[in-house]
Ligand binder design. Structure first.
Ligand code: NAD
Length: 445
C-alpha cells in the first residue's frame, strides 16, 4: 500500500521504516529540513537498536522516501499518518498545534480519497477536531474529497521500538468507517499473521486506551517508589518487597522497579494530559495527580541521599560527581524529562561539578546543556571516575551492572556510590569499602 507519514521522529521514523520493511511504499514527510536532508544521506537522527540498517536498506530499495514536500507526500498516500509531537501545553494538557497544522495541510492538498490516521497520542475528541480542520481547509478551496479519520495509537517503547513495531502486542484501531477499518487491517496484515493482534473499537475508546496504558504503567512506577520511600523510613529493603510481591500473577514483575523517577517524552506528559482531560469534563483524577507528584519528588530523591551522606548541601560545594547514565532509560539517547536533568540541576545549584558518561546520550546532553565549566561529558564510564569524589548511577544501562568495586574504591575520593536504579548488592559494595545508597533500601540508611 502507499503510505504517507507526517513527522519523522521516534514514532514516525520507526513506523515508516517497519511498514516499508514489510513491503509498503512509504513517504516520510517532516518540516525539519536538516533531518530530512540527513536521512537522505544516511544520517539517522535518533538512536534505536536495529533502526539504522533497516532505514538504509529500505531507502536503497526505494520503499522508504524522505521529503519536506507535503503536497507531494499527500498525493502519494492511500493512508496518511499523523505522527507529530503533542508536547504539554502550559497547563499540562496536550498541545495540538502540530497535529492540527498537519490536518490543515491535508485539507489544503488532498486530491483523492484517503484514510487519515492519528498515531500521535492525542486527547479524547481530537479525531473530531482533525476531521473538522480538514473539512474547513477543503471548504476554503471549494473541494470535496472523501476521507476518514481513524485513531491508531502507538504503543512502541523507545529502546525497543523496532522490535515492538515489528511484533506488536496489539494494534488498536478506533474507527467508525468499515472501509477505513478494512484498509488498516490490510496495512497491518503482515504484523498480524500468527495470532489476532488487531483490536477494533470506536474512536474515543482508542484515544483513551493510549492514555490508560501509559497512566497505568506510570502508576505502577510511582506506587513502587512510594513503597520504596516507606521502606527507607521503616528500615526495610524494597528489593526484598519487590520479590515478595512480583511472584503474585495478579501483580506481576513488570514495572515494579523502584528508582529515580520516570521520565521520557510520554509518561510525564500523558499522565498530566489525562488529568487535564478529566478536569475539562468536571472530574478530578486524584490518583493521576498523586502519580505525578510522587514522581516529581522521586526525581529529587537521589540528590537528597547525596545530601544525607555529606551532612548538608553546603558540603557539596566543590565536590565532583561521576554520573553514569543521562538518558531517561537504557537503549535510547532520549533525555526528555530524564531524572538525570533534575539531578544535574540540583548538583550544579549546590556548587558541585559533574563528570557524566552515557553510551548514547552524550550528544543530546551537549545540545541541551551546551558548554559549561561544571560539566564534562566523558567517552567512557571509567573516564567519568577520574578525579570524582562519588559515583551516581542514574540510568540502568547493562554495562553499569557489574563494575569492579575494588577499582571504584580506589577511584572515588569519598568512596560513596548512589545507586538510582538499585543495580548493586549493598552487602557486596559495602564489603569493598564503599558507602552505598540505593532507593528504598532501609538497611543501608
Ligand atoms: P518527535 O518529537 O520525536 O517527532 C516529531 C516530529 O514531527 C519532528 O521531527 C517534527 O519536526 C515533526 N513535525 C512537527 N510538525 C510537523 C508538520 N507540520 N509536518 C511534518 N512534520 C512535523 O516525537 P515522537 O516521540 O515521535 O512522538 C510523536 C507522537 O507519538 C507524540 O504524540 C507522542 O506522544 C507519541 N508517542 C511517542 C512514543 C515515544 O516513545 N516517543 C511512543 C508512543 C507514542
Amino acid at each position: 500500500m502507499r503510505v504517507t507519514i507526517f513527522g519523522t521522529g521516534y514514532v514516525g521514523l520507526v513506523t515508516g521504516t517497519c511498514l516499508a520493511e514489510v513491503g509498503h511504499h512509504v513517504v516520510c514527510v517532516d518540516i525539519d529540513t536538516a533531518k530530512i536532508e540527513g536521512l537522505r544521506n544516511g544520517v539517522i537522527p535518533i538512536y534505536e537498536p536495529g533502526l539504522e540498517p533497516m532505514v538504509k536498506a529500505n531507502f536503497a530499495e526505494g520503499r522508504l522516501e524522505f521529503t519536506t514536500d507535503a503536497a507531494a507526500a499527500i498525493a502519494h498516500g492511500d493512508v496518511i499518518f499523523i505522527a507529530v509531537g503533542t508536547p504539554p501545553d502550559e497547563d499540562g494538557s496536550a498541545d495540538l498545534q502540530y497535529v492540527l497544522a498537519v490536518a490543515k495541510t491535508i485539507g489544503t492538498h488532498l486530491q483523492r480519497p484517503a484514510v487519515v490516521v492519528d498515531k500521535s497520542t492525542v486527547p479524547v475528541g481530537t479525531a473530531d477536531k482533525v476531521r473538522a480542520t480538514i473539512a474547513a481547509a477543503m471548504a476554503a478551496r471549494g473541494a470535496d474529497v472523501a476521507y476518514d479519520v481513524v485513531s491508531n495509537p502507538e504503543f512502541l517503547k523507545e529502546g525497543a521500538a523496532v522490535e515492538d513495531c515489528m511484533r506488536p502486542d496489539r494494534i488498536v484501531i478506533g474507527a467508525d468507517s468499515a472501509v477505513a477499518i478494512e484498509k488498516l487491517k490490510r496495512l497491518y496484515a503482515p504484523f498480524n499473521r500468527n495470532h489476532e493482534r488487531i483490536v477494533v473499537m470506536d474512536v474515543r475508546s482508542a484515544e483513551l486506551t493510549k492514555y490508560a496504558a501509559n497512566a497505568m504503567l506510570a502508576t505502577k512506577i510511582s506506587f513502587m517508589n512510594e513503597i520504596a520511600n516507606i521502606a527507607e523510613k521503616v528500615g526495610a529493603d524494597v528489593e526484598m518487597v519487590r520479590q515478595g510481591i512480583g511472584s503474585d500473577p495478579r501483580i506481576g514483575w513488570h514495572f515494579i522497579y523502584p528508582g529515580a523517577g520516570y521520565g521520557g517524552s510520554c509518561f510525564p506528559k500523558d499522565v498530566q494530559a489525562l488529568a487535564r482531560t478529566a478536569q475539562q469534563y468536571g472530574y478530578r483524577a486524584e490518583l493521576l495527580d498523586a502519580v505525578e507528584s510522587v514522581n516529581h519528588r522521586q526525581k529529587e530523591h537521589l540528590f537528597e541521599l547525596i545530601v544525607r551522606h555529606y551532612g548538608d548541601e553546603a558540603a557539596l560545594r566543590g565536590k565532583t560527581f561521576a554520573v553514569w547514565g543521562l538518558a531517561f532509560k537504557p537503549n535510547t539517547d532520549d533525555m526528555r524529562e530524564a531524572s538525570s536533568r533534575t539531578l544535574l540541576r540540583l548538583l550544579w545549584e549546590a556548587g558541585a561539578t559533574v563528570r557524566a558518561f552515557d553510551p548514547e546520550a552524550a550528544h543530546e546532553a551537549g545540545r541541551i546543556f551546551g558548554e559549561r565549566s561544571d560539566l564534562t561529558l566523558c567517552e567512557h564510564a571509567s573516564d567519568a571516575l577520574q578525579g570524582a569524589d562519588a559515583l551516581v548511577v542514574v540510568t540502568e544501562w547493562k554495562q553499569f551492572r557489574s563494575p569492579d568495586f575494588a577499582k571504584l574504591k580506589v577511584a572515588l575520593k569519598d568512596a560513596a556510590v548512589f545507586d538510582g536504579r538499585n543495580l548493586y548488592d549493598p552487602a557486596e559494595i559495602e564489603a569493598a569499602g564503599l558507602a552505598y545508597y540505593g532507593i528504598g533500601r532501609g538497611r543501608s540508611i
